[in-house]
Ligand binder design. Structure first.
Ligand SMILES: CC(C)(COP(=O)(O)OP(=O)(O)OC[C@H]1O[C@@H](n2cnc3c(N)ncnc32)[C@H](O)[C@@H]1OP(=O)(O)O)[C@@H](O)C(=O)NCCC(=O)NCCS
Length: 187
């Protein structure tokens, strides 16, 4: 099957799969209180390693084509952060998302790759719908989702223990047909 790194390249960015060698980068990303403010808080090394092994690397084998990818700035080769297309914990829904190192905020990078992740999900994988969740106060992320073509559909509570710290999430979704039609209209 065609993998995400074949499809997911934009004017300024590309993605690649994580490997075990990315542990230091993930520890770095997960140790910034501002970056992790709405992603469950700062994680120590052990938690980052668990995330890398279980949520990221094992997931590639279970769900080919889906997963979390390292986002790279093409001009410099620098790691911008990560984008993802994977299951919400404990749910059948496929979500998109992103976590960027702070120095790369404010350049349009989150949105630029999010749009390509959606295109990949709908066109290459043929997914019928893609959703997203954010903490209620995470307006920067909500802005990215709206710009990328998702629509706000109220709030959801999620039962999985991974989300135990949050009462409810802002819920976003878009169906393939609607997103593709809007893109064709030049949205
Ligand atoms: C959420 C997050 C990814 C948003 O990043 P971001 O850089 O603010 O998002 P964008 O890619 O939309 O870029 C934002 C701004 O870059 C600016 N920008 C600069 N150059 C640009 C360009 N060439 N093209 C587009 N926008 C550009 C724009 O002003 C844009 O803001 P605007 O749409 O209000 O005009 C970032 O805050 C983050 O990593 N947060 C921590 C992790 C997190 O919360 N993840 C989400 C969990 S649900």
């Amino acid at each position: 099957m065609k993998g995400p790194s074949d499809s997911l390249t934009t004017e300024r960015l590309t993605v690649r799969r994580f490997t075990l060698d990315d542990l230091e980068m993930l520890v770095d990303l997960n140790s910034d209180p501002e970056v992790t403010r709405y992603t469950g808080g700062v994680k120590d090394r052990a938690a980052s390693e668990k995330m890398l092994r279980e949520r990221i690397l094992d997931y590639y084998d279970k769900y080919p084509g889906l997963g979390c990818w390292v986002t790279i700035e093409r001009a410099t080769g620098e790691t911008v952060g990560m984008h993802l297309l994977n299951h919400i914990h404990g749910e059948p829904d496929i979500q998109t998302g992103y976590i960027l190192f702070k120095r790369f905020w404010g350049r349009g990078y989150a949105t630029e790759m999010c749009v390509e992740v959606l295109r990949y999900g709908f066109v290459t994988l043929g997914l019928p719908q893609i959703v997203a969740i954010t903490d209620l106060p995470n307006t920067p992320s909500q802005h990215v989702l709206l710009k990328s073509g998702l629509r706000r559909k109220g709030e959801r509570k999620l039962a999985h223990p991974h989300y135990a710290a949050s009462e409810a999430f802002a819920w976003f979704e878009v169906d393939a047909a609607d997103w593709l039609a809007e893109r064709a209209r030049g949205a």
